[in-house]
Ligand binder design. Structure first.
Ligand SMILES: C[C@@](CO)(OP(=O)(O)O)[C@H](O)COP(=O)(O)OP(=O)(O)OC[C@H]1O[C@@H](n2ccc(N)nc2=O)[C@H](O)[C@@H]1O
Ligand SMILES: Nc1ncnc2c1ncn2[C@@H]1O[C@H](COP(=O)(O)OP(=O)(O)O)[C@@H](O)[C@H]1O
Length: 275
């Protein structure tokens, strides 16, 4: 089975409190971004007892044994010991450590694909339980429609937000920012404007009311992030922001013609399309 795990964008992100479990309470909105990896899940060939993962495309840091695709398979195997061995291949395209949720998307799509290939019959709610153990934003990708998230970012409520078809430019400046390290620079506080209400207003209002707390926290160390955002606004973006804990910055435009092919630095990766 071949699946295409897509990325996500955060529309607004507030870190509201530090939690006793070491995590933080968040308020954010997730929307799907159709920048995808490709993941193949097959039963392992006869005679291959252990599951395997091969990789191509963008290098994924770390031992392949710790890749979230294999971890997803192993979580299911722990509860279903008779699960046959699987052969996985991931072609990585979404930048890593970009705040685009690529690793969590791979994990969520791996859970769903293993469930289908081996006919486990798990419901989306059951898969969500496994996803939560793989990453705070992993369960979002099982729904893959606009969601307001709170708690650790893994409790969702549907968001009536019609962004599908919106022109978008995502700029990744090649910085791998660890999510855990980005949290270290944050002083938690409640949002100045409640997010659901702010997103209910026309997009032209969002620059004044929809904020990502990581922008200020990362600004002193990574001035390039504010520079990209300013360039997106100068190019006509209606709204621009850092996604998640960075380092990808996106702009939403009235139409694709106005999402111009700007002259970005050669080491930047740029995705241009519609949500
Ligand atoms: C904070 C967000 C916002 O979108 O950042 P991005 O990853 O998108 O940049 C995500 O929810 C992240 O989700 P995910 O990347 O799955 O997080 P995890 O692997 O569970 O956590 C990585 C580390 O981030 C910190 N963390 C994460 C989520 C949270 N609510 N509070 C935290 O303090 C913890 O230090 C944790 O060890
Ligand atoms: N399939 C995978 N794709 C990307 N990263 C992965 C994967 N499996 C494990 N990781 C690890 O997860 C970390 C975060 O990855 P990613 O989800 O791309 O970042 P972000 O949380 O900023 O969106 C990386 O440091 C990487 O080593």
């Amino acid at each position: 089975m071949l699946v295409f795990p897509n990325a996500k964008l955060n529309l607004g992100l507030y870190v509201t409190a530090r939690r006793p479990d070491g995590y933080h309470d968040l308020e954010t909105a997730f929307v799907p971004l159709p920048w995808t990896d490709a993941l193949e899940v097959l039963p392992a060939p006869k005679g291959q007892a252990a599951s395997s993962l091969t990789l191509s495309g963008r290098p994924v840091p770390g031992d392949p044994a710790t890749n979230l695709c294999l971890k997803a398979y192993q979580l299911l195997q722990a509860d279903y010991p008779a699960l046959p061995a699987a052969q996985l291949h991931l072609h990585k395209l979404v930048p890593i450590g970009a705040g685009l949720g690529g690793g969590s998307a791979d994990a969520a799509f791996a859970l769903r694909a293993v469930n289908e290939v081996f006919s486990l019959g798990l419901t989306t709610m059951q898969l969500e339980g496994y996803a939560r153990r793989l990453g705070a934003d992993c369960a979002f990708f099982l729904h893959n429609t606009p969601m307001l998230a709170h708690g650790r970012g893994d409790e969702f409520s549907p968001l009536a937000l019609e962004v599908r078809g919106t022109a978008c430019l995502v700029v990744y400046p090649g910085l791998h920012i660890s999510t855990a390290a980005a949290f270290a620079g944050i002083v938690p506080r409640p949002p100045a404007h409640p997010l659901r209400e702010a997103l209910g207003q026309p997009m032209a209002e969002w620059p004044g009311t929809v904020r990502n707390d990581f922008e200020d926290a990362l600004a002193p160390r990574y001035p390039v992030l504010a520079d990209i955002k300013a360039r997106l606004y100068a190019a006509g973006a209606t709204y621009a922001s850092l996604s998640g804990s960075g380092s990808a910055v996106y702009g939403l435009f009235p139409d694709l013609g106005e999402a111009p092919a700007l002259a970005w630095e050669p080491e930047f990766l740029v995705w241009r399309g519609t949500l």
